[in-house]
Design a protein around this ligand. Structure first.
Ligand SMILES: Cc1cc2nc3c(=O)[nH]c(=O)nc-3n(C[C@H](O)[C@H](O)[C@H](O)COP(=O)(O)OP(=O)(O)OC[C@H]3O[C@@H](n4cnc5c(N)ncnc54)[C@H](O)[C@@H]3O)c2cc1C
Length: 390
């Protein structure tokens, strides 16, 4: 059998990597893409579910072979990666040998990491908006809330899409409608961050806080939650403070799926450090892209976990991998350019965009809000569903 380039994870990063590899590598090099289910969904669509604009079934995509011609799709759980033997172990399937590897296994939610959160989610006093099913359940709970305090609780980074919890606060206020504007219900954001989206500096953070204030949403930074009491409906923080809530909308703690699979390659947080320009790991022949990678920025922080970065980094890693295997690919370098569109109300969105790899700090600004950015976000969703949707 010929040489093989293997991509682990069929989400935003893995799909883009496999597509680029197939376009770049000669036909005698196999491109193999492995995912446990090949049913990706867009995070930005999950926010539409939270607002009640979409049902989870409408987000369902299934990656079919015809969408990636020439790529071998293997549906299996990755259970081990032997970087010395260049082999991937799979549950209930034969191991797959590789000559070069791109790891794009994403990030997982870890609700058990915050004491009391699982019980609060089960009892219904808390909800989360990081999965389609979680978002639809939270939407129903907001619909049923007649009055009281909704707290949007944000833990320490990293978590996917740093603007998403702020968008959630705007969407929840919008859904509450006259319950919110009439004063029966309030929405407060409480975050471990020093300001919104701290990775991109004060202009963006201050603009988000101004928009929260203008909407009437409370904002408290610098509070690290240590426990939830679902019976008393309270959050306890590291500084000893206790805050009450009637409904909690929480960003679940995240954990890395590669910490156990690649213990020799990960940092103390469990993420894979990579060269910010090439996505190369410390191991020759192995690249990491997307949420499972730790891309260092000039300000000492890490590149946010977002699909836009996963896709662009995937193209870079694919070209670097193709060169490693001797193909005539360009020496593509990652520039860290990217953006995120944050809905702030009915048909209105702001755009956080810029160069994240700029030195000495990311050069990123918030523009809008306006209708054009909102339409742009809807178009992103339409394009993606047309590409992968069933
Ligand atoms: C609510 C929300 C809103 C968001 N909004 C935006 C936005 O507006 N813009 C933006 O750019 N990003 C947004 N994101 C972030 C974006 O969804 C992620 O950053 C992006 O999907 C990361 O791509 P990835 O390829 O690294 O991981 P994923 O897309 O998560 O893909 C990982 C894949 O690996 C597979 N996998 C994992 N472990 C295994 C295993 N052991 N064996 C086999 N397969 C495995 C999974 O099945 C999955 O398909 C949002 C996310 C959320 C949750």
């Amino acid at each position: 059998m010929g040489r093989a380039a293997v991509v682990l994870g069929g989400g935003a990063g893995g799909l883009a990597a496999a597509e680029r590899l197939r376009a770049t590598l000669p036909a005698d090099v196999r491109v193999v893409l492995i995912d446990r289910s090949f049913t990706p969904s867009l995070g930005l669509s999950t926010m539409r579910v939270l607002r009640g604009r979409r049902a989870p079934a409408e987000l369902a995509a299934t990656v079919r072979p015809a969408a990636l011609p020439g790529v071998e799709l293997v549906t299996a759980e990755v259970t081990g990666i032997d970087v010395d033997g260049r082999q991937v172990q799979l549950a209930a399937a034969a191991p797959v040998d590789y000559d070069a590897l791109i790891v794009a296994l994403g990030a997982e939610l870890d609700t058990a990491a915050l004491p009391g959160l699982d019980a609060a989610l089960t009892s219904g006093v808390a909800g989360q908006f990081y999965t389609p099913d979680g978002a639809v359940a939270l939407h129903r709970r907001i619909e049923a809330l007649q009055s009281g305090r909704v707290v949007v609780l944000i833990g320490p980074p990293p978590f996917k899409c740093p603007p998403a919890p702020y968008e959630a606060a705007f969407l929840i206020a919008d859904q509450l409608g006259t319950r919110f504007t009439g004063g029966a219900a309030r929405v407060d954001v409480i975050t471990a961050e020093p300001r919104p989206i701290p990775v991109v500096g004060t202009q963006v953070g201050d603009a988000v806080v101004s928009t929260l204030n203008a909407t009437g949403i409370g904002f408290t930074p610098g509070k690290v939650a240590t426990a939830i009491d679902p019976n008393a409906r309270t959050i306890t923080f590291a500084d000893g403070d206790v805050e009450p809530f009637d409904l909690l909308a929480v960003v679940p703690p995240h954990r890395s799926p590669v910490a156990a699979l690649l213990p020799a390659l990960v940092n103390p947080g469990g993420w894979i450090p990579v060269d910010p320009q090439t996505m190369a790991t410390a191991t020759p022949g192995v690249w990491a892209v997307g949420d499972n990678a730790a891309v260092p920025l000039a300000n000492g922080m890490a590149l946010p976990k977002a699909a836009i970065f996963a896709e662009r980094a995937a193209a870079v890693a694919a070209d670097q991998l193709a060169r490693y295997l001797g193909a005539g690919a360009p020496d593509t370098r990652y520039r860290g350019d990217g953006y995120c569109v944050m809905v702030v109300g009915e048909n209105m969105a702001a755009k956080v965009a810029g160069e994240f790899l700029a030195a000495p700090a990311p050069q990123v600004l918030l523009r809008g809000p306006n209708r054009d950015f909102y339409d742009e976000k809807l178009q992103l969703e339409r394009d993606w569903l047309a590409r992968w949707g069933t």
